[in-house]
Design a protein around this ligand. Sequence first.
Ligand SMILES: [Zn+2]
Length: 75
Amino acid sequence: MSGIQKFFKKILPVNWAESMEKESSEWNFRCSECGFERSVWESGGIRWKATGETKTKANCASCEKNTWHKIYRKN
Ligand SMILES: [Zn+2]
Protein backbone atom coordinates (compact mmCIF):
# COMPACT_ATOMS: atom_id res chain seq x y z
CA MET A 1 0.00 0.00 0.00
CA SER A 2 1.09 3.53 -0.65
CA GLY A 3 1.38 6.13 2.09
CA ILE A 4 -1.88 7.76 1.14
CA GLN A 5 -3.72 4.45 1.22
CA LYS A 6 -2.32 3.63 4.66
CA PHE A 7 -3.29 7.06 5.89
CA PHE A 8 -6.91 6.69 4.83
CA LYS A 9 -7.12 3.14 6.18
CA LYS A 10 -5.96 4.43 9.53
CA ILE A 11 -8.35 7.35 9.83
CA LEU A 12 -11.49 5.89 8.25
CA PRO A 13 -13.95 3.52 9.93
CA VAL A 14 -13.28 -0.08 8.82
CA ASN A 15 -16.36 -0.37 6.60
CA TRP A 16 -15.48 2.88 4.84
CA ALA A 17 -11.90 1.74 4.33
CA GLU A 18 -13.15 -1.52 2.81
CA SER A 19 -15.50 0.36 0.52
CA MET A 20 -12.66 2.66 -0.53
CA GLU A 21 -10.34 -0.26 -1.34
CA LYS A 22 -13.06 -2.15 -3.19
CA GLU A 23 -14.07 0.83 -5.30
CA SER A 24 -10.50 1.83 -6.05
CA SER A 25 -9.86 -1.71 -7.27
CA GLU A 26 -12.77 -1.41 -9.68
CA TRP A 27 -11.18 1.52 -11.49
CA ASN A 28 -8.40 0.92 -14.01
CA PHE A 29 -5.69 3.10 -15.47
CA ARG A 30 -5.00 2.47 -19.14
CA CYS A 31 -1.90 3.82 -20.85
CA SER A 32 -2.67 5.63 -24.10
CA GLU A 33 0.71 4.62 -25.56
CA CYS A 34 0.94 0.88 -24.95
CA GLY A 35 -2.48 -0.04 -23.57
CA PHE A 36 -1.09 -1.37 -20.29
CA GLU A 37 -3.75 -1.58 -17.58
CA ARG A 38 -3.58 -1.64 -13.83
CA SER A 39 -6.11 -0.96 -11.12
CA VAL A 40 -6.04 2.37 -9.34
CA TRP A 41 -5.59 0.58 -6.01
CA GLU A 42 -2.62 -1.48 -7.26
CA SER A 43 -1.06 1.71 -8.54
CA GLY A 44 -1.15 3.15 -5.04
CA GLY A 45 -4.06 5.47 -5.71
CA ILE A 46 -7.53 6.01 -4.43
CA ARG A 47 -10.68 6.59 -6.42
CA TRP A 48 -13.75 6.58 -4.28
CA LYS A 49 -17.26 7.95 -4.64
CA ALA A 50 -16.32 9.05 -8.13
CA THR A 51 -18.26 8.83 -11.35
CA GLY A 52 -17.32 9.25 -14.97
CA GLU A 53 -14.14 8.62 -16.86
CA THR A 54 -11.19 10.91 -16.67
CA LYS A 55 -7.63 11.24 -17.88
CA THR A 56 -4.44 11.85 -16.02
CA LYS A 57 -0.75 12.06 -16.84
CA ALA A 58 1.18 9.27 -15.18
CA ASN A 59 4.32 7.23 -15.52
CA CYS A 60 3.44 3.97 -17.19
CA ALA A 61 4.78 0.87 -15.42
CA SER A 62 5.08 -0.90 -18.76
CA CYS A 63 6.47 1.51 -21.37
CA GLU A 64 8.00 3.76 -18.66
CA LYS A 65 6.91 6.95 -20.38
CA ASN A 66 4.92 9.80 -18.90
CA THR A 67 1.74 9.35 -20.86
CA TRP A 68 -1.96 10.08 -20.67
CA HIS A 69 -3.82 7.41 -18.78
CA LYS A 70 -7.51 6.92 -19.09
CA ILE A 71 -9.26 6.11 -15.81
CA TYR A 72 -12.35 4.04 -16.28
CA ARG A 73 -14.54 1.75 -14.23
CA LYS A 74 -14.38 -1.91 -15.10
CA ASN A 75 -17.76 -3.33 -16.19
ZN1 LIG B 1 2.54 2.52 -21.44
